[in-house]
Every structure is written in C-alpha cells, then in structure tokens.
Ligand binder design. Structure first.
Ligand code: MLT
Length: 312
C-alpha cells in the first residue's frame, strides 16, 4: 500500500484496472448502476473498472471483503441502504460501516416499485391489499436477503399490511425477477433500475411506487402512500467506498471521476430512463456520504429494532 501511495503521489495512479465490488447478482439494479457508472468513470481515469459481483448475506459479504481488502486504491465497493441497515440486521457483523471504510461519495437515488407476477389474481393496490390479507403466508415474497432493499421494502410492506408472507431469498433481485417472471414467486419489491423495462414490456403487475410522490418515469403508478399505506417510503441511495487507509490521492482521483460521471450524459440519461435521480453535489463528496451514512444508520437502526428482524 505504501507503493501505491507513492505511485499516487507520482501521479501514476491508476496504472492498472480497478475493481468495483457489487454486493448482488449481475444484471440486477445495483449491477446496472455500477456497470454504467464504471464505464463512465473509466473514461476519466484512463483505466478500466472491473465489476466484481460478490453475493451473499444480503450484501454483507461484499462489504466485509472490501473492508479487509488492501487499501491500495484498486478496490472499491458500491452499496446502497444495506450499508446502513446491516449493523441492526446482523448482530455479529464483522465490520463497522462507520469506521472501517474510506468514503468516496454518493451516486443516485432510486425509487422502488411493488410488483406482482403477471397472473396474480389482484389488479391494483386496493385488490392487492385485500388479497394479501386473505392469503398471508401463502404468498411468496422474493427478496435479495437480509440487508437488501427488497427485504427492507418487504419488511415495511408486511408491517403496514399487518400480514406475514413467506420470504424467498435470492443472491440479488436479478434472479428474484427471473423467479417472478417465471411465476415461482408472487411478489417482489424492487428498484426501478431493474423493474422499468419489465413494467414497460407488461411482463409484471405494477401495484405502486415506494416514494411519497409519483415519479416522472411512471406517472400513472400510484404511490403506496396514496393507496392507503400512510407514510410508506423507501428510497434507495448509493455510496462508493474503499478500504480504510486508501491513499487520499486515490480517493480524490476516484471521487473526481465519480463527479465527472454524474455529469456525463452517457450515465445521466441512462439513469433518468431508469427512474434514478443523480444526487446533488453536496452528496457527491466523501463528507457528504459519511454524514448521510451516519444519519441512515440511526434512522434504519430504529425501524429495524422496532420490527424485531435480525440474523443471529
Ligand atoms: C440487487 O442489486 O440485486 C438489489 O439491489 C438487491 C436488493 O437490495 O434488493
């Protein structure tokens, strides 16, 4: 790492490809953001960014891997709200999101959508609420494990409906979506970065969006709040992290490439089409991410402890 520090100081960083770890399966929402972001950042950095999908335990295995990786400026992690929910969900977490990383910046905010399989016998949210209450644990709810935002959304949904579904975990919502399309599961709450193409192709039933306001890309979709689930809100945010001790020069260069990508039409247009919103400049900084992460750890810690959901 000293060598990398020196290399960075000499302006040679980066001199070989950089690994960007994605905590969920290829083809899913986090992967879609990561690949598009990586392609844009590579133009600024003059090195390729290799996406590494490290799945398992709701994203915590990937975070652990990056927390323990060499702090040489060649390993980064992109993660969402799961970074903030992990301490409450996993009692034996092997890393601390607030102390074991170097922070690069935030990327984009993404709404979620509540979907049913195409032939689920409930049209529209009022019918879905009735169906959910009548069928309870006969309904299979897919998610990407404890720590996934699909799990978080599903947890809030069950709480606000007062029902308990049967949960089916996958390594990411890409395989969960495959299961929904194949009719092996009934319901999935997932990010628009994966769901919009399926919704537009009419391959799934759309019950609503998880933001408090309707979204531009799906103007006809009601919010869950307006369908009676008062205050229901899940918004997905993304942060980029490095192992603690990564040379500041490397963080600064990676951050500059991130900020350039957040202005690059190749990236921003794709995000807009998929319902994602680039974060304001104040959040694109290491401090912006760190402050936000702390507030999210506090917020979701309270919600999760109240729900009593955790892994031993
Ligand atoms: C994914 O990329 O598969 C999702 O972000 C998983 C999730 O958090 O639901």
């Amino acid at each position: 790492c000293l060598a990398a520090g020196n290399a960075a100081a000499q302006g040679a960083y980066p001199n070989h490809p950089i690994s960007l770890v994605v905590p969920f399966a290829a083809g899913g929402p986090t992967d879609v953001v990561a690949r598009s972001l990586g392609a844009s950042m590579a133009k600024t950095l003059g090195q390729s960014i290799v996406i590494e999908n490290r799945t398992g335990a709701g994203g915590t295995l990937a975070s652990q891997h990056v927390a323990r990786a060499a702090p040489d400026g060649y390993t980064f992690l992109i993660h969402h709200n799961g970074m903030a929910t992990a301490p409450a969900l996993y009692r034996k977490l092997s890393f601390n999101p607030l102390t074991d990383f170097a922070y690069v910046g935030q990327v984009a905010d993404v709404p979620m959508t509540l979907l049913g399989r195409k032939d689920l016998p409930a049209d529209g949210m009022p019918a879905f609420i009735k169906y959910a209450r009548e069928n309870g644990n006969k309904i299979n709810l897919a998610n990407a494990g404890l720590g996934a935002v699909s799990q978080l959304c599903g947890m809030l949904l069950q709480e606000s409906l007062g029902v308990q579904f049967t949960t089916v975990p996958y390594a990411g919502t890409a395989p969960a979506m495959t299961a929904l399309l194949g009719g092996q599961v009934d319901v999935l709450c997932d990010q628009t970065t994966q769901t919009i193409p399926q919704i537009k192709a009419d391959r799934v039933k759309l019950y609503g969006v998880t933001t408090l306001e309707r979204i531009k890309t799906l103007p006809d979709a009601p919010t869950l709040q307006e369908s009676g689930l008062k205050g229901f809100e899940v918004k997905v945010w993304h942060g980029v992290y490095a192992p603690k001790g990564t040379p500041p020069e490397a963080i600064a260069k990676f951050n500059a490439a991130l900020r350039a990508a957040l202005k690059d039409p190749a990236f921003t247009q794709k995000m807009a089409e998929l319902g994602a919103e680039i974060v304001p400049e104040s959040k694109q900084t290491p401090e912006g991410l760190q402050t936000w992460l702390k507030s999210e750890v506090d917020k979701w810690g309270g919600v999760i402890r109240k729900a009593g959901v955790y892994a031993d």
